[in-house]
Write a protein that binds this ligand. Structure first.
Ligand code: AMP
Length: 580
């Protein structure tokens, strides 16, 4: 369908959401008719393409089930073992939330879908903020990772790296973004970040949108700026790039635009040289209309801090998608970050939903097996119910569990809207009490409320289960920042002990019973120095994670990552009593 700017996008959203059921049926019909002859589907459907047979016979799988097929394609076998269309490459999922990066087959058509999704996801935002493509530039923090070549010769790259490599993106980049391509592809993310901030500051009067894919990267950028603004303004004053930027691409890009600009540098210095950085983004980029970054899911922990720095600007989460499939868009960009819902676009994939029960009702029940639970179609989900997302695509995924839990918050026309709840995997487990990301998040929220009135902010947290002594116990790593020059040392230890107690009290029933019976020992909080979580991010980036796609693990599994945090601990506190 031809689209005329964002109005065309809005019209298409209306049509798709109105005809959600019919569109989903068409998508499934297309997937099956095309791929029924592949080795994988033959095993389930024996050449038949009826929907009911698909639902009855095709297994619901995880990445581990499909991995042998995907690995064979990466190792030179024909893609027809899994999908009919030729595989043009692979997407690498970020892997930081769930372990190793996964390889997802990509086809030419799938990539084309990406462009349509981008237009559709931007349309509601443009309805509110105007056509920002015409109004000015985006200061977007973007980081590509090197591609990996598989034995078949096909390349594997993160979704974003693939986008940055597209010729269309490279053509629009100078007009729509402040960052030159060399800074995005700079092999050293810190040099890339420095230069992207520099270019963003040089063009500050043109910037109408500030952002990155995820909230954590925007915050990383602001904190980096907090530590480097003097150097950046010196570079702008003198028109010379700092010597530590050794990347030749970045230096060349800078040499094309930098010239001494003492006036601009003085302005930036005056704005930045103040005690409180509240609202700094609005001051440095006065024409910015909003901040664009995902603030839901694991990113919700950054909302308070981002709101502090970006005071006066709305935080807009525009999309919910994954390397496996493009899924939903936010039709209400002005709604509060914590209330964001994503309306699913029924043309992007075939979506099914596995109902998820609450594990921690007031009794310890046996959970039903996934195999016993019927999958629900997109249009039949129930408001208020939580589901695990299952997708089928033309790119070789059939009834594939993404691992995300979503809650239905309503419908737009006939398409459901979902709030992101959590990643499916249990993150903390000493003895089958199964504490999820959301359980932990709620407990942390309760506890951190004790810090706020005292002038301290919890900026980052993560966790792990320490089983080095019996019984095992939960360890929380907290990075705390004092407001307006206050130092962490001023924080009364009694308050930290109280925070431990508050977290235990806020955890679920099973946890509390286990604590009472001493199956789990007292919860511990380890306060780490400022910058510890940046060091953690650097570690994951050095291991190959893209800075743009980085999602801080809510639970640490790697020994090395644990060492990074443990070596920066400045205080340890334990809950003194059982919570029941
Ligand atoms: P990746 O595998 O690197 O493509 O990351 C995709 C994952 O990021 C999804 O499965 C979600 O867990 C998470 N994600 C993506 N978009 C959102 C969003 N809008 N809100 C919360 N989590 C998200």
């Amino acid at each position: 369908m031809a689209m005329n700017g964002y109005e065309g996008g809005l019209k298409m959203i209306e049509e798709l959401t109105t005809n959600a059921e019919q569109t989903q049926d068409e998508v499934l019909r297309e997937i099956l008719s095309r791929n029924v002859g592949t080795g994988y589907l033959m095993g389930f459907l024996h050449g038949q393409t009826e929907k009911w047979l698909f639902k009855k016979n095709v297994l619901v799988v995880t990445y581990e089930d499909l991995k042998p097929f995907i690995d064979r394609i990466a190792n030179r076998e024909t893609s027809e073992i899994l999908l009919a269309k030729p595989v043009t490459g692979f997407y690498l999922s970020s892997g930081t939330s769930g372990g190793q990066p996964k390889l997802m087959p990509v086809t030419a058509e799938y990539q084309k879908n990406g462009a349509l999704y981008d237009t559709l996801s931007q349309s509601p935002t443009m309805r509110h903020f105007g056509d920002i493509n015409q109004a000015g530039k985006r200061m977007e923090l973007m980081f590509a990772r090197p591609e990996i070549e598989t034995p078949s010769g096909l390349k594997a790259a993160s979704v974003l790296t693939s986008v940055y490599n597209e010729s269309k993106f490279r053509t629009i980049l100078p007009k729509l973004y402040t960052s030159p391509i060399e800074t995005i592809f700079c092999p050293d993310p810190n040099q890339g970040l420095y230069c992207q901030l520099l270019f963003g500051l040089i063009q500050r009067d043109e910037v109408v949108r500030v952002g990155s894919l995820f909230a954590s990267t925007v915050l990383r950028g602001i904190k980096f700026l907090e530590n480097h603004w003097q150097e950046l303004s010196y570079d702008i004053k003198t028109g010379r790039l700092s010597d530590w930027i050794t990347d030749s691409g970045c230096r060349n890009a800078a040499s094309l635009v930098m010239k001494p600009n003492p006036e601009q540098a003085d302005l930036i210095e005056n704005i930045s040289n103040c005690k409180s950085w509240e609202g700094i983004v609005t001051k440095l980029w006065p024409k910015a209309r909003y901040i664009s970054c995902v603030c839901t899911g694991v990113m919700r922990q950054y909302i308070a801090e981002l709101e502090f720095y970006c005071r006066g600007l709305p935080l807009v989460s525009t999309f919910y998608a994954c390397s496996e499939a493009l899924c939903g868009i936010n039709l209400e960009p002005l709604c509060k970050p914590c209330d964001v819902s994503y309306t699913f676009l029924p043309n992007m994939a075939y979506f099914e939903f596995l109902p998820v029960e609450n594990d921690h009702d007031e009794s310890i029940e046996m959970k039903r097996n996934d195999e016993d639970t019927e999958l629900v179609d997109l249009v039949n989900v129930k408001v208020g119910q939580c589901y695990e997302l299952v997708v089928s695509t033309c790119a070789g995924l059939y009834r594939y569990k993404v691992g995300d839990v979503l809650m239905v918050s309503g419908f737009y026309n006939n398409a459901p809207q979902f709030q992101f709840v959590e990643r499916k995997n249990v993150i903390l487990n000493v003895d089958q009490e199964k504490t999820s990301e959301t359980d932990l998040f709620k407990a942390v929220i309760e506890a951190k409320a004790l810090l706020d009135p005292l002038g301290f902010i919890l900026t980052e947290y993560t966790s792990y289960v320490d089983t080095s002594s019996a019984p095992g116990h939960y360890v929380l790593f907290w990075e705390i920042k004092g407001k307006e020059g206050k130092h962490c040392k001023e924080l009364d230890p009694k308050i930290m002990v109280e925070c431990c107690t508050r977290m235990e009290e806020s955890l679920h029933y099973t946890y509390k019973i286990y604590r009472k019976r001493n199956i789990i020992a007292a919860l511990e909080t380890r306060v780490v120095k400022q910058g510890s979580f940046e060091a953690l991010m650097d570690y994951y980036v050095s291991k190959g994670t893209s800075l743009s796609q980085y999602k801080k693990p809510n639970c640490i599994k790697s020994e090395e990552a644990l060492k990074i945090l443990d070596s920066r601990v400045i205080g340890k506190y334990f809950s003194p009593k059982s919570p029941l």
